[in-house]
Design a protein around this ligand. Structure first.
Ligand code: NAD
Ligand code: UDP
Length: 319
């Protein structure tokens, strides 16, 4: 028998960002009403322009460090700049967004008896000594470095989520998201996939930080969104944290070669210094997501990069 979806009112904080805009589209497609909250700190309205024609969509310009009062059934808390360039621009604001933002969505969830999902991150594992990273690993994080505003902010947000769950019975879900890529990434966010595509398409040197032997594992955006939606729909006893990411690990140098091949670019690799506290390796252990959510990524890195290419090509043509 087909499952009948109940229409819900869903708040997506950070809804105009890269992941948020895809999530809003997916929720609208499923027939839900969506309130997209954003202060456009690391995005603009472009990502959600097409959604504004939808009658179930509402855009709310608001800074989540201040309380929000709306009536909703579910909350996805994505508000926070995700790229090192953006989150290090105003580190104090990054901590506030993570900590006060978490408090504000948890208070709202408590008032509305809503489920609330936190977009946490693989950065809670810091520069990991355990590889690949399972949820049981407590991480290796520098509390005073330039990445700490993000890493420790996200760790504190997780603490607030679990304390609200234990103390007040709030229905929480915590997803630890690993590097994700796809259309709607900000072209100037300094993240590796956006940098390499933009540089390759503009015939500029590809900026390889360090020797390029550090590893990451990249997940295509539609897979990631599917994981978030499944986690939200899971039974109450599943709180997470749950890793969501693609375990296909590769060296950053290899990623550069692949993007050069896909774009047909003749750009050259240029070695630049490795940023402070840049993790050497990262790969999710997704055993938990597979068993609890029956989730695993479907799109290979090769296919995902090919699907991402037209988006960045469109941006460089417009420029
Ligand atoms: P993004 O920067 O594209 O989107 C974040 C959105 O939050 C932006 O639209 C920004 O304007 C908004 N925002 C920032 N501060 C705000 C505030 N104080 N009030 C309201 N809105 C605010 O980043 P993204 O890649 O879409 O990431 C979304 C979430 O997922 C973030 O919380 C991020 O930490 C998490 N995450 C992303 C990745 C990834 O690879 N994309 C990996 C791990 C975790
Ligand atoms: N990186 C790089 N060149 C760039 C941008 C990033 O070599 O132009 C490297 C960066 O040092 C890191 C990896 O790519 O090792 C992923 O960087 P990103 O900022 O995308 O994500 P994060 O470090 O937060 O995982």
């Amino acid at each position: 028998m087909p499952t009948i979806q109940t229409k819900k009112r869903v708040l997506v904080t950070g809804g105009a960002g890269f992941l948020g805009s895809h999530l809003c589209a997916r929720l609208l497609q499923e027939g839900h009403e969506v309130i997209c909250l954003d202060n456009f700190y690391s995005s603009n309205e472009d990502n959600v322009l097409a959604l504004q024609r939808h009658s179930g969509f509402r855009l709310l310009e608001h800074d989540i460090t201040f309380p929000v009062d709306v009536k909703v059934d579910e909350i996805y808390n994505l508000a926070c700049p995700a790229s090192p360039v953006h989150y290090q621009r105003d580190p104090v604001q990054t901590v506030k967004t993570n900590v006060l933002g978490a408090l504000n969505v948890l208070e709202l969830a408590r008032r509305c008896n809503a489920r609330v999902l936190q977009a946490s991150t693989s950065e809670v594992y810091g520069d990991p000594i355990v590889h690949p990273q399972p949820e049981s690993y407590n991480g290796n994080v520098n509390p005073i470095g330039v990445r700490s505003c993000y890493d420790e902010g996200k760790r504190c947000a997780e603490t607030l989520f679990f304390d609200h769950h234990r103390q007040y019975g709030v229905h929480i879900k915590v997803a630890r998201i690993f590097n994700t890529y796809g259309p709607h990434m900000h072209p100037d966010d300094g993240r590796v996939v956006s940098n390499f595509f933009m540089q390759a398409l503009q015939g500029k040197d590809i900026t390889l930080y360090g020797d390029g032997q550090q590893t990451r594992s990249f997940c295509y955006v539609s897979d990631l969104i599917d994981g978030l939606v499944r986690l939200m729909a899971s039974p109450d006893w599943i709180t997470g944290p749950v890793n969501l990411g693609n375990p296909e690990e590769l060296q950053i140098r290899d990623l550069a070669e692949r993007i050069l091949a896909i774009t047909g670019s003749e750009s050259q690799l240029r070695i630049e210094p490795l940023p402070e506290n840049d993790p050497l390796q990262r790969k999710p252990d997704i055993t938990l997501a597979q068993s609890l959510l029956q989730w695993q990524p479907r799109i290979s890195l090769h296919d995902g990069l090919r699907m991402t290419h037209p988006y960045f090509a469109g941006l460089t043509q417009d420029a």
